[in-house]
Design a binder for this molecule. Sequence first.
Ligand code: SAM
Ligand code: SF4
Length: 349
Amino acid sequence: MTIPTQPNAKELVKSQLETGQEQLVDRFGRVVDYVRLSVTDRCDLRCVYCMAEKMTFLPKSQILSLEEITQIAAAFVSLGVKKIRLTGGEPLVRYGIDELVSQIGQLEGIQDFTMTTNGTQLPKYAQALRGAGMNRINISLDTLRADRFKALSRIGEIEKVFAGIKAAQKVGFDKIKLNAVILKGHNDDEILPLVQYAIDGGMDISFIEEMPLGEVDSRSRFDQYCSSDEVREIISKRYSLEPSHLNTGGPSKYWSIVNTNTKVGFISPHSHNFCDTCNRVRVTVEGRLLLCLGQEHSMDLRAIIREHPNDIEILKQALRDSMAIKPKGHDFNLSEQPVLFRHMSVTGG
Ligand code: SAM
Ligand code: SF4
């Protein structure tokens, strides 16, 4: 299967790079150089904090085609975006993902090309991703215990994720990072084992505070909320942490674990608001450009592309215009749920 890139998309990016790079800057002076593209709302798992047990997925006509996703990526890169992350849903369950990665990997100007995945399909795809120029990968892993993994993901088998991690290690990504959402009473007793697992595998690990996106079930997100500070305190009792200057262009704040190759990151939308330095936007699989994870300010890129197929200039102008509606920040509040009716799987985590 081949995906035709937008006519002249690569050339366009190349000429922009040669003539001086335009950048996307919002009205608060923040440069947007990082885009997360959701390539599917579907998934082979049903993590309790992310999805409801029974989900209705979008029909094919409503989701962006692979060609449209490539076109959007090309337009962003021509406007100075340097980092692209593919996510979902589970990006590796999208049919043709290997070709999409190959097309985006060829866009000149991307410095950091990465994916967030649950890892189950990595034995099949790790080689293709690495070969297409993907340099880093994030793999979600909230527990090391098979029974818990089944409970947290509702249907998953942890052995598949371990096999995926091994496959990723084998193909030599520059860095593999684990992502763990810690929920009190569910997996907060595994913080140290997860850190040790990352150290043993030469990987980084980020701990993410749960965000109130979409109705997932009847339990209260507030009761199980575990702050980054609590997690860091637990880790620092066992390991020596030093503040790290590592900046991967994302919202994680990093600490180095002394005498290891591992950094620990904390993504703390509640306890340490990261909006001041926000450099990113998201595109949902329906082509909705979301200017903030926690707000509804958006632009319908799918309508623009379908109304003006093959006109990348109109798409680029829309992206420039969108900077005027990027909000100052989110206002997540865990005691009111759900704050947003979009699930993380639709938003693109
Ligand atoms: N399926 C892939 C995966 O699980 O890595 C990519 C999509 S998933 C939505 C991206 C990340 O969002 C995962 O690390 C997941 O743990 C995290 N996530 C999902 N729902 C969340 C929520 N409500 N709050 C915080 N993180 C969440
Ligand atoms: Fe699927 Fe990722 Fe959501 Fe889990 S967190 S249900 S793996 S999209």
